[in-house]
Ligand binder design. Structure first.
Ligand code: HEM
Length: 103
């Protein structure tokens, strides 16, 4: 079964527009990485963290993406604009069950 990695980012209130704008301009290259299955940027309703959800065929596919050019490209705005005003925490999961709708 697949492997899920979530980057949970706490964004200070006044930095959320900047954070969302960075994602609006994201590299869009993660989907080219071998073993890539899904990406979602989840915005909290009310208080909470933004979650950057990624799903991979295997943990090794995620590790390879982390070490790839695509990962550097995914985070290039840090170099250009400085880090996001927030803290992040990485959560990892094995997918035990899954079901997806067709809508
Ligand atoms: C220090 C930790 C991290 C921070 C603060 C962070 C924040 C960000 C930000 C602001 C962007 C928007 C693009 C940019 O700024 O250039 C981005 C892109 C992205 N991040 Fe991170 N990130 C971190 C690590 C990770 C990790 C560990 C993952 C794994 C789930 C991840 C997954 C992604 C993905 C999938 C994209 C979009 C890539 C694409 O469009 O190709 N990030 N991240």
């Amino acid at each position: 079964m697949s492997f899920v990695v979530i980057n949970a980012v706490t964004v200070q209130g006044d930095a959320s527009a900047d954070f969302e704008e960075r994602f609006a301009k994201r590299a869009g290259k993660v989907s080219q990485s071998p073993g890539f299955e899904a990406f979602e940027l989840l915005k909290p309703i009310g208080d909470g963290r933004y979650l950057v959800y990624t799903r991979w065929a295997t943990e090794d596919d995620f590790k390879a993406w982390m070490q790839s050019q695509q990962f550097s490209a995914a985070h290039s705005q840090h170099a250009e604009r400085g880090p996001v005003n927030g803290e992040s925490e990485v959560w990892r999961f094995d997918v035990l069950q899954a079901e997806y709708g067709s809508a």
